[in-house]
Design a protein around this ligand. Structure first.
Ligand code: ADP
Ligand code: ZN
Ligand code: ZN
Length: 815
């Protein structure tokens, strides 16, 4: 008899596997999906290990296989185990990350005749029992659902059970089918000839109006056939109103065409050739190539590279050429990008270098699309998989390279559901298991990543300069404006004198301006508008958060509380209670200050509404439909806007005052990214950062584009305050609809943890809190947080039963 250790899809399975006997005649492999009896139910499970002996005395048998080929490769099985242990998550949650999309579907029960039906006198059956038996006899297989419809749920189940006991029918189970709708795409096509369309376009241009209609007509006249509306939007700025106008005039027509579900349209993508690398790129590339070759020959070599270079320094070209090298070796790659960067422009760059060999995995694809892409990847049909963090779990065979672009991004950490993994750490682990190489790319590396590079755990590669089309446009000039001086000079608007002047000048030159407002955490801290003082916790150094409902300041680490003082303790001003501004307020003020300018607001409230509105806003700004773009951190990410010559940061202090030890890092990253937005074109650019803390090292370093300046200071503080990477953190959050109960439970847990810690004699483990979590109330539930800090906090927590209601986050980002 052989046995299988199975990860079972049940909440009570937690982090363990269960032993099952493999019935004779059934061939079972590691990674295979099976049905197993679990209590009274039949559940999905994945075989993680085969053995000669069961882990327990009494075992039940595997009931059947779901799919004959394994769904997980042996390295993914090990990865799943690692994820579960490292992030203290249920094992099946970890396994599920790697299953085909839609795999955790419902089970459908079918009834059919046994292979050798017993002799039985059916006249002793009831009328309904006989009816069911006849139906099964006639159809061969009947779904239980069908019987439930006809007879009612209870009765159908009872009858089937009776017939099963008598041996007259057998049950078997299948996964519900993936519901796949055919996909239809709206196409635009000309109703007039191409020549005629060009004449129409020329006529419009002569009249000096409707130039966007002209562009669209020209674009369509050059296309070989009908063009998808989305492409017309993207390439010719054809907004809905422009299209409507042309349709109304009978010049173009909209058609719905059913298409094969493929997330990338290769139509209109011209294959691109590798560029001749600059010397910096070449030396980075050669290091990576040499590792790839060494590893391929089975020699030890560095496996994790940190490619540090500002935006525009040519990192992507290095990724592309490293991927081509991997393909040459008969292997494949995975490229992770932050969710926000997964734009058609990014995908196009990879698709044009590897035509028809790129797959995209994305939560916005329909389930059917995801399913098709997954299959294509598993069959080894693509060279490169691109996607957000979850794409690290794509079933890419013969993995040779994993690229993580903008590795510092917080979106790589899954924080809202289990397993709370970080894609970077998962990638490094997967690379170790598969013999792949990892490239972490960043302009502003995560402090912990850079620390690893400094220590030699990772291999550091640098691209020190931007590659620019002309000799001009180096990194933009950054000016830091001290807001305290503005108030002294009697300026009470949101715009410093310097920012007002620069904006007016840019507008006069018909250039574009971005006004950036970091809203995360805004209006939660209290600041003196005269001297800029922000109230901090005396014990923890972090900013106190303002709770409007109780009108108090709270420390989110230790629960220290104080009333908002009437006057500023530093400068005695009465203007202490300044709560910051939101994008709407900023839009309003910008409207007064620059009445002739066209304004466009872009924040998550607006872009959440639709799946394309994000791109539409960007397209409109790119088409110069507006002069000033107002937005939150989203605008900081990879956009190319050559007409933007000025970026104004309304207040750098909002992120600086997050109640989190990473506030300085966050600020530096954001400001650096924002600064990278200006001067992408040949016009050059300027950045103005407004702040009450002009001397802060994160702001100073960002203004000088100096990562090392920032890092050296930051790492010194981390060491001094015992924060990661010198310690590790685990956060425990309890949530409940009753705030007081929540606090009591958190305090009880703290006592329990302290008791455990002391009885085990663990010296280097401290508990911080309990305190209300940064987001104290979420969907009607209150949240209290405990933070464990030490050298191995996760190992400690793993040995303690955590009651329901608690969420455990290992190595949390954003406290
Ligand atoms: P990053 O990924 O660091 O932002 P990119 O790879 O996107 O940088 O490069 C910035 C720009 O420079 C792109 O337009 C790219 O096509 C161009 N570029 C990159 N490498 C080269 C090269 N070796 N020669 C010429 N142009 C290059
Ligand atoms: Zn003050
Ligand atoms: Zn505190």
């Amino acid at each position: 008899m052989r046995y299988a250790e199975v990860s079972v899809n049940s909440p009570i399975a937690q982090r363990r596997t269960f032993s099952y006997a493999i019935p004779p005649g059934l061939s079972i492999d590691v990674g295979q999906a099976v049905w197993v009896p679990f209590g009274a139910k039949l559940l999905q499970g994945i075989v993680l290990e085969l053995s000669q002996y069961p882990a327990v005395e009494e075992t039940r048998e595997i009931a059947g296989v779901i799919e004959s080929t394994p769904v997980l490769s042996p390295s993914r099985v090990l990865l799943a185990r690692w994820l579960s242990e490292h992030y203290l998550s249920p094992l099946f949650d970890a396994v599920a990350l790697m299953l085909p999309p839609g795999f955790r579907r419902k089970v459908v029960t079918f009834i059919s005749s046994p292979i050798t039906p017993p002799e039985y006198d059916t006249s002793s059956l009831t009328r309904e029992q006989r009816q069911v038996l006849d139906l099964v006899g006639k159809q061969g297989t009947v779904s239980l659902r069908e019987l439930e419809k006809a007879l009612g749920k209870k009765k159908a189940q009872a009858i089937v059970s009776q017939l099963v006991v008598l041996g007259l029918v057998v049950r078997h189970y299948e996964l519900e089918r993936v519901k796949v709708k055919p996909k239809k795409v709206r196409y635009l096509h000309l109703k007039i000839g191409a020549g005629e369309a060009q004449q129409e376009a020329a006529r419009r241009r002569e009249q000096g109006k409707a130039s966007r209609q002209a562009s669209l007509l020209e674009f369509l006249s050059q296309a070989a056939g009908p063009v998808p509306v989305s492409e017309a939007r993207r390439r010719a700025g054809g907004s809905a109103s422009v299209i409507d106008a042309l349709v109304g005039k009978g010049l173009v027509e909209l058609q719905e065409i059913e298409v094969k579900r493929e997330p990338i349209s290769y139509q209109g993508i011209t294959p691109s050739k590798p560029l001749t690398l600059t010397s910096a790129q070449k030396s980075a590339f050669e290091s990576i190539r040499s590792s790839l070759l060494q590893i391929d020959k089975g020699h030890p070599s560095p496996t994790v590279f940190l490619l540090h270079g500002v935006t525009g320094s040519g990192k992507t070209e290095v990724y592309l050429q490293a991927l081509a090298e991997v393909v040459k070796l008969g292997k494949r790659g995975i490229v992770l990008v932050p969710e926000i960067a997964l734009t058609p422009q990014t995908i196009d760059r990879f698709a044009s270098r590897f035509p028809n060999k790129v797959a995209v995995l994305h939560s916005k694809l329909s389930l059917g699309e995801q399913f098709d892409e997954w299959q294509r990847i598993r069959n080894g049909e693509v060279d490169v998989v691109i996607g957000p963090r979850s794409a690290v779990f794509a079933p890419q065979p013969d993995l040779g390279l994993i690229v993580i672009d903008e590795e510092q991004e917080w979106t790589y950490k899954q924080h809202d559901k289990s397993p709370r993994y970080h894609a970077r750490d998962a990638a490094v682990k997967l690379a170790e298991l598969t013999g792949a190489v990892v490239i972490l790319g960043s302009a502003t590396p995560d402090v912990e990543t850079f620390y690893h590079a400094q220590r030699g755990d990772y291999h550091l590669l640098r691209l020190p300069e931007r590659i620019t089309p002309s000799e001009g446009s180096p990194l933009p000039q950054v000016e830091v404006v001290d807001l305290r001086d503005e108030l002294k000079a009697g300026n009470r608007s949101l715009f410093s004198r310097s920012l007002s002047r620069a904006t007016a000048k840019a507008l006069a030159n018909r250039e574009q301006v971005i006004l950036f407002l970091n809203r995360r955490g805004a209006a939660t801290f209290v600041q003196c508008r005269r001297c800029g003082l922000v109230l901090r916790c005396r014990r923890c150094e972090v900013t106190l958060n303002y709770h409007a409902d109780e009108d108090v300041l709270v420390c989110h680490q230790c629960n220290y509380r104080m009333l908002v003082p009437q006057i500023c303790p530093r400068c005695l001003s009465r203007r202490i209670k300044f709560l910051g501004v939101g994008t709407q307020k900023l839009e309003q003020e910008a409207g007064y200050a620059f009445p002739q300018a066209g304004l466009l607001r872009w924040d998550s409230d607006i872009t959440k509404r639709g799946k394309h509105s994000h791109e539409e806003i960007l397209n409109r700004f790119q088409a110069h439909e507006a002069d000033i773009l107002i937005g939150t951190q989203m605008i900081a990410k990879g956009l190319d806007l050559p007409l933007v010559t000025l970026v104004g940061v309304i207040s750098a202090d909002t992120s600086l005052n997050l109640p989190d030890f990473r506030a300085g890092e966050r600020t530096f990253q954001l400001l650096s990214q924002v600064a990278g937005r200006a001067g992408r074109g040949t016009l050059g650019g300027q950045v103005i950062i407004q702040t009450y803390s002009p001397e802060h090292y994160a702001i100073q370093a960002a203004a000088k584009h100096d990562y090392t300046l920032f890092y050296d200071q930051e790492i010194a503080y981390r060491r001094q305050l015992h924060n990661p990477p010198f310690t590790r953190l685990v956060s425990l959050v309890y949530s409940h609809t009753n705030d007081a109960l929540c606090q009591r439970e958190a305090e009880r847990m703290k006592r329990l943890l302290i008791e455990e810690r002391d009885s085990r004699g663990i010296a280097d483990l401290s508990l911080i809190g309990p305190a209300p979590a940064f987001i104290h109330r979420l969907r009607g539930r209150f949240r209290w947080q405990l933070i464990l800090r030490g050298s191995e906090p996760a190992a400690f927590v793993s040995q303690i039963p955590i009651p329901p209601g608690w969420t455990v986050d290992v190595a949390p980002v954003g406290l």
